[in-house]
Design a protein around this ligand. Structure first.
Ligand SMILES: NC(=O)c1ccc[n+]([C@@H]2O[C@H](COP(=O)([O-])OP(=O)(O)OC[C@H]3O[C@@H](n4cnc5c(N)ncnc54)[C@H](OP(=O)(O)O)[C@@H]3O)[C@@H](O)[C@H]2O)c1
Length: 324
């Protein structure tokens, strides 16, 4: 077993900083190299996070023989091409969410990872958080009976700026792909693929969704109501109504938080406090998968990623959003 996994990061913006902090305490992992389009940014990022090498281009990092795995932290529109390039250089990849712009891109990414037998995973970090794993186990245990309905929202007020990632269509802007993916992921993780998807959205002048209201319908009348918005701050909680109680993932449900369980005779809130930021868990998981020689995660496998991408495509088609 390989002892130390050497990480590289490309695209040194907001999330790359948070991820680097989460990676620091992971055992048998080191932030070895970072790459930016701007060498000054690479130098200051590497100083801040103690990386050994700073590159002023992404391709230089991909060519570095010492790098085992690359975390892609650029805007969504670049995820597909960069993943393909990294895998062609034999590098394992952890790719930020949304994994790709659509199912077609995601399928090409999965195909090359399988062909080259190189590890690839979607960075939907929520999956690895202790409170989320606890909720999945609680639901699947059947203690509270079956799920009757679910609702989840994610909203914040974003300052409108045509040029920035959130609103710029050419950078993959829009609330669905940026934050709506979390309620979608939650519903999928709890209830699986819906039989019907209904969705409505309000659009910005840049042609991306400012908000997105989604309903997933399942057999036996089970429904999930999901919502994302850049127009206002919303509670950002998830509530799962069950036959014999209710599970609430408190605000903000997609990141480390507490969980309230209401059953017929009691109500309790469990805190899932942690010493490090939540990105630790996905970084730790990928490190372990690579040490074990896996080419796919055994928790967030690529079939799940393709299901999520398929759902996002169904929603985009319902609201009339296309990035092509
Ligand atoms: N998991 C999470 O919690 C989470 C949270 C926020 C965002 N994300 C995801 O992470 C990705 C990046 O988001 P972010 O908020 O970190 O964005 P950001 O702050 O704008 O950073 C993105 C970085 O990508 C690089 N980049 C390459 N080409 C670019 C271009 N044409 N325009 C702008 N940037 C470009 C830049 O790095 P260099 O200049 O260094 O090359 C930039 O700093 C998105 O896909 C987003 O959905 C995930």
């Amino acid at each position: 077993m390989k002892q130390e996994i050497k990480w590289g990061i490309i695209g040194l913006g907001k999330i790359a900083n948070k991820f680097a902090e989460g990676l620091a305490p992971v055992e048998n992992a080191v932030l070895y190299a970072v790459a930016s389009r701007d060498s000054e940014n690479a130098a200051s990022f590497s100083k801040k996070h103690n990386a050994q090498v700073a590159y002023g281009s992404y391709s230089q990092l991909m060519q570095d023989e010492n790098v085992d795995v690359i975390y892609i932290a650029t805007p969504h529109v670049f995820h597909h091409d960069l993943t393909l390039d990294c895998i062609r250089h034999g590098k394992a990849v952890l790719c930020e969410k949304p994994f790709a712009m659509d199912l077609e891109e995601a399928e090409a990414m999965v195909k090359i990872s399988k062909k080259e037998k190189v590890f690839l995973m979607d960075a939907l970090w929520t999956m690895f958080l202790p409170h989320f794993q606890f909720v999945l186990k609680k639901v699947n245990s059947g203690e509270l009976g079956k799920v009757k309905s679910l609702k989840a929202d994610f909203g914040f007020s974003a300052e409108f700026d045509k040029t920035k990632r959130l609103f710029n269509k050419s950078l993959g802007g829009g609330s669905l792909l940026d934050i709506g993916i979390y309620p979608v992921f939650l519903a999928y993780s709890i209830l699986g693929n819906p039989s019907k998807v209904i969705a409505n959205a309000q659009f910005t002048e840049t042609g991306v969704d400012a908000n997105c209201d989604i309903k997933f319908q399942y057999d036996e009348g089970v429904e999930a109501d999901l919502f994302s918005t850049f127009l206002e701050r919303t509670p950002t909680i998830a509530e799962i109504e069950m036959e014999k109680g209710k599970i609430i993932l408190n605000t903000r449900f997609h990141e480390p938080t507490s969980v309230t369980i209401i059953s017929e005779d009691k109500e309790e809130t469990l805190d899932f406090e942690m010493d490090t930021n939540g990105y630790f868990y996905e970084a730790d998981h990928v490190t372990k998968m690579l040490q074990a020689g896996k080419t796919e995660s055994d928790i967030l496998d690529l079939e799940k990623t393709l299901d999520i991408m398929r759902l996002l495509d169904r929603i985009k088609s319902e609201i009339g959003l296309s990035y092509k």
